[in-house]
Write a protein that binds this ligand. Structure first.
Ligand code: TXA
Ligand code: MG
Length: 318
């Protein structure tokens, strides 16, 4: 049985984590499946609960930069980014610190560690109450979309984890931006909640890893397997028309007419609103009653990059 905990039961959640149990918790991006990052057993339990391939490293969550500096090696570039964007939806991949206590399994054997300081008040309180770095992938089973409400988490992981801390819907609704700073040049491993243009104001030009570029080569972000974002229905992107058997994900003031069912990511054309609704829409429309999900074009700017990246993966990855 998975305990559903109200925010007032935060101490219970912290105690369970200290006992090595798994607790899902809200962040400003998506719900995370949290476990003690210093415990290989807890990390292994995370992989088991997610049925995730073990070569897939996890993001380690800490309450502030001070804690992060105990686990990873920061240079000035990393520190300026952290000061500007933390707490917030930016994950930095850095070299592990010499005495880094993070379980090797959490880094999938790499000499790097992905660090994130979430801004959600409940995540912040939980990290401070349990006094542990928390390994937390998105709280979905492997190959499913990331959960943005506690109900999604229950559907995915109910019965598999000790508890779920309910913080309502996640305000950003799309995962953190992942920036690899372990090499000389910064590389964008995953577009997400922090806009690339904003990061580049601090770092200068950031190389983008093209989706699928890692295929065949040693993956830099092994978790970015195509299958990661796959619904079971075919997904048809940049739709200019829609069949009456198809479901439609609309964007902007003029939804295409004639779909079996339509959900709009943002009638006003707001990309942030669209991001926050994306996974819920994919989930809601991934129903065998429809022949496919058609998606209207999403502008390729700001959070639109992350949305299109997710959609492209979902379309390819079935
Ligand atoms: O917004 C988020 O980032 C959410 C919330 C819960 O914080 N977490 C999340 O975690 O999306 P996850 O595990 O679903 O995605 C983590 C990604 C994976 O693609 C993984 O391969 C990559 O981060 N990653 C983790 N550690 C890495 C490392 N050392 N080097 C390269 N990529 C890494
Ligand atoms: Mg995930």
């Amino acid at each position: 049985m998975t305990e559903l905990l109200a925010p007032s039961a935060l101490d219970r959640a912290a105690m369970l984590l200290r006992q090595g149990e798994l607790v899902a918790f809200p962040t400003e991006t998506v719900y995370g499946l949290g476990g003690d990052a210093t415990s290989e057993a807890a990390v292994a339990a995370i992989f088991a609960a997610k049925e995730r391939p073990q070569f897939n490293p996890l993001i380690v969550h800490v309450p502030d930069l001070g804690m992060a500096e105990k686990l990873a090696s920061f240079d000035e570039r990393a520190r300026s980014l952290a000061r500007k964007f933390w707490p917030g939806p930016l994950t930095l991949v850095l070299k592990r610190a010499p005495d880094c206590p993070v379980a090797l399994l959490a880094c999938a054997g790499l000499d790097t560690v992905a660090m994130r300081v979430p801004a959600h008040p409940l995540a912040q309180k939980l990290l401070r109450a349990c006094r542990l770095p928390l390994a937390a992938p998105s709280a979905n089973r492997s190959g499913h979309v990331s959960p943005t409400t506690s109900a999604h988490v229950m559907e995915e992981l109910g019965g598999r984890i000790a508890a779920l801390l309910d913080g309502g819907p996640c305000p950003i609704g799309i995962e953190s931006t992942i920036l690899d700073l372990s090499g000389e040049k910064p590389v964008l491993l995953r577009p997400g909640g922090a806009a690339l243009e904003e990061l580049e104001k601090i770092t200068g030009p950031i190389a983008r890893m093209e989706p699928g570029a890692q295929e065949g080569a040693q993956p830099r972000a092994p978790g970015m397997l195509e299958r990661h974002y796959a619904p079971s229905l075919p997904l048809r992107l940049n739709a200019a028309g829609v069949a009456k058997t198809e479901a439609l994900i609309a964007f902007g003031p003029k939804p295409l007419p004639g779909a079996a069912r339509t959900l709009s990511l943002s009638p006003s054309g707001d990309l942030q609103e669209a991001a926050s609704r994306l996974f819920a829409a994919l989930r809601a429309l991934d129903n065998p009653a429809f022949s496919a999900i058609a998606v209207m074009p999403i502008p390729e700017r700001g959070l639109g990059l992350a949305i299109n990246d997710r959609l492209a993966r979902a379309a390819r990855g079935r």
